[in-house]
Design a binder for this molecule. Structure first.
Ligand code: ASP
Length: 453
């Protein structure tokens, strides 16, 4: 049995939904279908989720959301018309949205999640109606009734362990089950969404809960590429990679799959297949537990911007018991999460996502580190990009780091920081954001261009 998830662009229009239908019915194993909200039909188009967020924001500011609301309903109406669905479906979506928008706004985050989640919830109802119109037994599944319980963290919910047991009973249902992605219910019965692009997480949870043989994730590219195609033209496609490799790549900007989505599938050992709705015959990319990694040390290169580093140096830091803890607890008190902490004998850098910091907070942190930890130097550096060079093969290949740093040196790129995780699945380089593109190109050239494709 397979769980199949379709992303927003695969469900953005009636024509796309016809493709989805064909894909699902061509294989009777495709029993559970997870849907996103309608995405973009063309580059300048809006995602329904973005429109819903704007609509909820207007309501929270006591402004008239009519224009946004009309645009949202307009998207569903256009799809429904293209698919010649009965008119009632749009009336139901309208009523559902009006109900969500009229509920109390005392807790704005919860109000926001309730409105946001309607994108997938209503689309699942519409898609199920279309399947039935085609003569296929299909049911919309309410995540609340099916028991997808999540933590009460707005915009960042996590599935609760008991959800897996509850969802297993979906096995007893007949027909194709259309399940809305992106949200679940708290124990108190309130809607909470996962982080953005979280329908991937729903699919993975269902694959785990139902002990599926495969989790298929349909999107709009033929495969996961070894590097961002907007940085290197026609990069090599990756046919197979491991969960660990995908996790590292999606951490640093490979957006094909949400980085949290791998965990449930990984825990149950369920392979994930990335496929293209617009080209279903392309073999796609398979994410597996283990792969043959003899063909080169590197499988992919990812990069992401928006990092900063807090550099702290103090003579004899290595002998001072508790220095690291004290430093990190200052950051904790400011509610900051950190990404990496490369260190030397007398210095340590803490790498953070820059969007968490404001100028005032930055000054206060610097002052506290200087006064409380008696640091010799505290320096905050902005606009860093992190580049991840990823591959299980690194473990068995000598000299990968030397090749990478030589390639960067040849391109006259200054490495601000290097970090190699203990797992030896990746190497990380910090460079100035302005150098990011050139650095990725130089690394790609080194590890891929010479390899016959
Ligand atoms: N529609 C949601 C988003 O745009 C979730 C998803 O598509 O996976 O973030």
């Amino acid at each position: 049995m397979k769980v199949v998830k379709f992303g927003g662009s695969s469900l953005a229009s009636g024509k796309q939904i016809e493709k989805v239908f064909k894909i699902v019915v061509s294989d009777p194993e495709r029993k559970v279908v997870v849907v996103s909200a309608p995405g973009k039909r063309f580059a300048e188009d809006n995602k329904v989720t973005d429109l819903l967020i704007e609509c909820a924001e207007l309501c929270l500011q006591n402004q008239d959301p009519k224009e946004k609301l009309d645009a949202i309903i307009g998207r569903y109406a256009a799809i429904s018309e293209e698919l010649a669905l009965p008119a009632e479906i749009i009336g139901e979506i309208q009523a559902d949205l009006a109900d969500r928008l009229n509920r109390d706004k005392d807790k704005p985050d919860r109000f926001m999640d309730r409105v946001k989640a309607s994108g997938e919830d209503n689309h699942a109802k519409l898609v199920a109606a279309y399947f039935r119109e085609q003569g296929v037994e299909a049911h919309y599944i309410d995540p609340g009734v099916a028991g997808l319980l999540v933590s009460d963290e707005p915009g960042n919910a996590q599935a609760l362990p008991e959800s897996y047991r509850h969802l297993y009973s979906l096995h007893e249902r007949s027909g194709v089950l259309i399940f809305p992605g992106f949200f679940g219910y708290s124990k108190e019965g309130e809607v909470f969404t996962f982080s953005r692009s979280g329908s991937d997480i729903t699919g993975s949870i269902l694959a785990n809960a139902l002990k599926a043989d495969l989790y298929e994730n349909y999107t709009d590219v033929d495969a996961v590429y070894s590097v961002n195609p907007s940085i290197v033209k026609r990069p090599k496609e990756i046919k197979e990679l491991t969960y660990r490799e995908m996790r590292e790549l999606s951490y640093a900007g490979f957006t094909v799959l949400h980085d949290e989505a791998l965990v449930p599938a990984f825990r149950a050992g369920i392979p994930v297949q990335i496929k293209n709705t617009n080209n279903p015959n392309a073999s796609g990319t398979k994410i597996v537990y283990e792969r043959d990694n003899r063909n080169g040390p590197v499988i992919g290169i990812a990069s992401d911007q928006g990092f900063c580093s807090i550099y702290v140096s103090k003579y004899l830091m290595n002998r001072e018991v508790g220095f690291g803890r004290k430093l990190l607890s200052i950051l904790e008190e400011f509610g900051l999460s950190y990404e990496h902490t490369p260190s030397g004998i007398d210095d340590v850098s803490v790498i953070l996502r820059e969007n968490q910091l404001e100028a005032e907070m930055e000054m206060a942190i610097k002052r506290r580190i200087e006064t409380e930890l008696h640091a010799d130097e505290v320096k905050i550096e902005h606009s860093l990009a992190l580049i991840m060079v990823v591959g299980e093969g690194m473990r068995h290949n000598v000299g990968t780091m030397a090749r990478a740093s030589k390639a960067l040196a040849k391109a006259s790129i200054n490495i601000e920081m290097i970090n190699q995780g203990s797992s030896e699945v990746s190497m990380m380089f910090g460079v100035k954001e302005v150098e990011e593109k050139r650095a990725v190109q130089a690394l790609y050239e080194e590890f891929f261009a010479a390899v016959p494709v």
